[in-house]
Design a protein around this ligand. Structure first.
Ligand SMILES: Cc1cc2nc3c(=O)[nH]c(=O)nc-3n(C[C@H](O)[C@H](O)[C@H](O)COP(=O)(O)OP(=O)(O)OC[C@H]3O[C@@H](n4cnc5c(N)ncnc54)[C@H](O)[C@@H]3O)c2cc1C
Length: 437
């Protein structure tokens, strides 16, 4: 018997699971990787910053995986919509949900639904050319932006907003976003963290890039010297965190008038409400202090004027009919990846939005081991059955070769110095693949 596995989602978790399965079963496994988009690789394409091309190079490994086993890519196929989970479970011995966490966690303060409050999933998706967000049109006619959160996504967003066109020339920033960002009125980007400078989740590389802003044409990073911890306060932290703190300390030595644009890091401040009548015009915050690792309000408030608020405070998985969902945690109910016999989840849809790309590798391998240990038996229609459903329902599905055609077309139409010019609408992608009839 050949094992038949469907993996829903072609991001890192999906591809590492496939890699693990091929290692476990060799040619005794048939794997179908299904994605709602015609383009594979999830957040590598739509999340990782457009000016971090070397990180995106990890997709070469997924291409190797794709070629290594009996793996078929089915793009432009949304599970839970065009085809249900129940149908897939009939067709395959195992179904693995690797659907990521594509929804923003709401800010949870009054005014967070106003136009001009745009979560990181949407904003990053917009500048990275994700088809769901092409028409977002964020209000960049504002001189100030508030970015909420002290993780790397907040830094990505701040950096992309202030880098000059020349500095983004080697990126794959989507054209619609480049046009708006580079014509924007933005002068000040505030990055707010609830806790102290010692508690940030930035990594040295991301903050280090800002430390080199001396070399950048347009922007200076700033920290109010009054927010610095006492000398040596970071001594007990690990070397990476000490490096981050060192960079942040160096920002306190910079002057606001060095460059036309500024990134202000403001710690111990939590949003109380978004100000504005019919769109965001400002943010009210409360100063906090940190007690037992928690941010505690002090009652002291302040406001900033800003026309755009970008919460970068975490993500939630999209629920799928027929799959138990933990609404409080925003992910599938699972026991170390097992949802029900034959149904698994992996990556961000298993553990929530934490960890790097590499964190998904042991996660994917562990699911492959679980599938191997489950001793799944019986005959299943697998790919042939899926093919029949696709045909019956007249669905336009793209294969990996189609993706390679789209990829080549994007590379061919890149502006000089850029790696690619992405197609940002599904129809454009299908047309590039020659699949639009
Ligand atoms: C803004 C941002 C920047 C990041 N930058 C870095 C970085 O620089 N370095 C780093 O190491 N990590 C980075 N990460 C983290 C990294 O991207 C994640 O660890 C990783 O992408 C999670 O992988 P995943 O496969 O679980 O989810 P995703 O990568 O989100 O993949 C999920 C896939 O499932 C598909 N899908 C969803 N629902 C369905 C459905 N119903 N049917 C079919 N397909 C579906 C989606 O289209 C998507 O392709 C970043 C994350 C974000 C948000």
């Amino acid at each position: 018997m050949r094992l038949k596995v469907a993996i829903i989602g072609s991001g890192p978790a999906g591809y590492y699971t496939a890699e693990g399965l091929v290692k476990q079963f060799g040619d005794q496994v048939e794997i179908d990787i299904i994605d709602r988009l015609p383009t594979p690789f999830g957040l590598i394409r739509a999340g990782v910053a457009p000016d971090h091309q070397s990180i995106k190079g990890v997709t070469r490994r997924y291409e190797e995986t794709q070629a290594a086993g009996d793996i078929r890519f089915f793009g432009n196929l949304q599970i839970g919509d065009a085809i249900s989970i129940a149908e897939l479970r009939e067709l395959y011995h195992a179904v693995v949900l690797a659907t990521g966490a594509p929804h923003d966690r709401p800010l949870g303060v009054p005014g967070d639904g106003l136009p001009g409050v745009i979560g990181a999933a949407a904003f990053v998706g917009w500048y990275n050319g994700h088809p769901d967000f092409v028409d977002l049109a964020p209000p960049l006619d504002t001189s100030a932006v508030a970015v909420i959160g002290n993780g790397n996504v907040a830094i990505d967003v701040a950096r992309v907003l202030v880098k000059s066109p020349d500095e983004m020339a080697g990126s794959d920033l989507a054209r619609h976003a480049a046009e708006l960002i580079h014509a924007s009125a933005i002068r000040d980007v505030y990055v707010f963290g609830r806790r102290s400078l010692l508690d940030v989740s930035f990594t040295p590389k991301e903050v280090g890039e800002l430390a080199e802003l001396t070399e950048l044409t347009d922007a200076v990073p700033l920290v109010d010297p009054g927010q610095l911890p006492p000398d040596g306060a970071e001594a007990a932290l690990d070397p990476g965190q000490r490096k981050v703190i060192g960079h942040l300390r160096s920002f306190a030595l910079r002057r606001a008038d060095e460059k036309p644009r500024r990134i202000h890091f403001v710690f111990c401040a939590r949003p109380l409400r978004v100000l504005g009548e019919d769109r965001a015009t400002g943010l009210e915050l409360e100063r906090t202090c940190v007690r037992d690792g928690q941010a505690v309000g002090t009652g002291e408030t302040f406001t900033i004027d800003c026309g755009l608020v970008i919460p970068c405070i975490g993500y939630r998985t999209r629920s799928i009919a027929g799959v138990p969902f933990d609404n409080a945690r925003g992910r599938f109910v699972n026991d170390e990846g097992l949802i029900e016999p034959g149904l698994y989840c992996v990556g961000w849809s298993r553990r929530g939005p934490s960890g790097t790309i590499g964190t998904n590798r042991p996660d994917g391998f562990a699911i492959a081991e679980k599938i191997a240990a489950a001793g799944l038996t019986g005959e299943r229609a697998g790919r042939a059955g899926l093919g029949r459903l696709i045909e019956e329902r007249d669905l336009w599905v793209v294969g990996f070769d189609d993706w390679k055609t789209i990829d080549a077309a994007e590379v061919a139409r890149a502006r000089i110095g850029a790696p690619r010019e992405k197609f940002v609408r599904i129809e454009e992608m299908l047309a590039a693949a020659g699949r639009s009839g």
